[in-house]
Structures are given as structure tokens and as C-alpha cells.
Unconditional design. Structure first.
Length: 229
């Protein structure tokens, strides 16, 4: 969020109702205040979805245009900031889906396989790399994001919304237009697939660097999100 000193004096202050009235009246000062006040935090949201700075800026611009065009649809029982957040998330997902992407993997081959008696057909190695180490290591953070990008759109979007943007199940369901049950099922499958991709990437990395410890446990994919909400 921009510091107060960075924002020009305004008659709107923190009064969202007054700001909204100004926007609907076509007040240029209201538009300027909205952009100055909300751009920093909304840009941060867009950058969590879009790794390219210019793509994030374009998504933010699209979001503001959509917001200005749909002011009449804003439900005044909600906060303006919440409404804008949803619009920029939608704009970012739209931009992401339109972008030319690298090879997408099939999720079916990444999910656990079971024998006729219900046991896992194979077990994956446990890696001696903790989630905290991944969070502190830029290279490993890049691996995680690269593997997320390899997931099919529906599964990638669920990971981004639930585990990166930390939206709850109900918010995610509403935004995507699916049931909460579908969100939970899709998220579970997405995390399993992402875990398999991460283990593959870590295995490759270990092989390229003379081996790595396989003692201890880690669940890089499932640790992204925490509990269900």
C-alpha cells in the first residue's frame, strides 16, 4: 500500500460511500483517488498470478477499466476493496489463460495409482528439503512456480487461488462458478499432481548436483495451503 505521503490530499479519505458516489457521478478526482489508493496493493495481487511485470500491469489496467464500467453492479454491502480484489484476480486469470504457455502435462499420470487391494502401487521418495527452505530459496521458489505453470488451467487456477492468493473455499467456488465440493476435489488432485512434479524436479536437481539426502519428509505441494476453509 502506498504511504500517506505519496497520495495527494483528497476529500474522500477512507469514506468508501463518498468515494463510490464520486465515481458514479464521474468525478475525475474520485477516479484519481481510487487509482492512487488501490493500485499498489492490487498490483501486488496481479504479480502473484503473473510473473511478468508488464503482464501484471496490463491486468491491473484491465481490472480498473472493468471496475469503472461495472460500478452499477457493485453491491454496497461489500467493501469496495474486496470487490476490486476480485476483479483484479479475474483479470489476472484471464491474462494467464490467454498467454502462450509451455507444454502442459496431463494430470492423470501424476495422481497416485492403487493396486486392486487398495494399496499404493508405488511410493514417492521423501526429500530432505523442508518447505521453509523452499520459501527462502529463490531457485526453489522458481521451481515451485514453474511446476504450477505446467498444470492444466483448472488445476493451476485452484492452486493459485487457494494456496498462493489464500482465498477460502467458498470465495474460490464463487469466483470460478463451481461448487465448494468441486473446489475441494480439484484442489486435492492439483496438490497431488504438483507434489509429483516437484519430486520429479527435485530428483533431477539432485542428480545434477551429485545426489541429495532422501531422509526426512517434506510435502512441498500440500504445505502450500494449510487447512481447508
Amino acid at each position: 500500500m502506498a504511504e500517506a505521503a505519496d497520495i495527494q490530499p483528497s476529500t474522500f479519505g477512507d469514506d468508501e460511500a463518498e468515494l463510490l458516489a464520486g465515481l458514479r457521478a464521474g468525478d475525475n478526482a474520485a477516479y484519481e483517488h481510487l487509482v492512487r489508493t488501490y493500485s499498489p496493493r492490487l498490483m501486488a495481487v496481479a504479480k502473484r498470478f503473473l510473473r511478468d511485470e508488464q503482464d501484471a500491469a496490463d491486468a491491473l489496467q484491465d481490472a480498473f477499466i472493468n471496475a469503472f464500467r461495472n460500478l452499477d453492479k457493485f453491491n454496497e454491502q461489500a467493501r469496495l476493496s474486496t470487490w476490486l480484489h476480485r476483479i483484479v484476480v479475474n483479470a489476472s486469470l484471464t491474462k494467464l489463460r490467454k498467454a502462450g504457455r509451455r507444454s502442459e502435462v496431463s494430470i492423470d499420470g501424476l495422481l497416485p495409482a492403487f493396486t486392486a487391494d487398495g494399496h499404493l502401487a508405488s511410493s514417492n521418495p521423501a526429500w530432505g528439503i523442508t518447505p521453509d527452505e523452499i520459501a527462502q530459496d529463490r531457485e526453489r521458489k522458481s521451481w515451485v512456480r514453474e511446476q504450477i505453470e505446467r498444470l492444466p488451467d483448472d488445476y493451476r487456477d485452484i492452486i493459485l487461488l487457494r494456496d498462493i492468493e489464500e482465498m477460502d473455499t467458498a470465495e474460490t467456488a464463487d469466483l470460478l462458478g463451481i461448487s465448494t465440493g468441486a473446489v475441494k476435489t480439484r484442489l486435492h488432485r492439483a496438490r497431488q499432481a504438483l507434489k509429483a512434479l516437484l519430486e520429479e524436479a527435485l530428483s533431477t536437481h539432485a542428480g545434477n548436483h551429485g545426489g541429495a539426502s532422501q531422509s526426512g519428509t517434506t510435502s512441498d505441494a500440500t504445505s502450500l495451503g494449510g487447512g481447508e476453509n
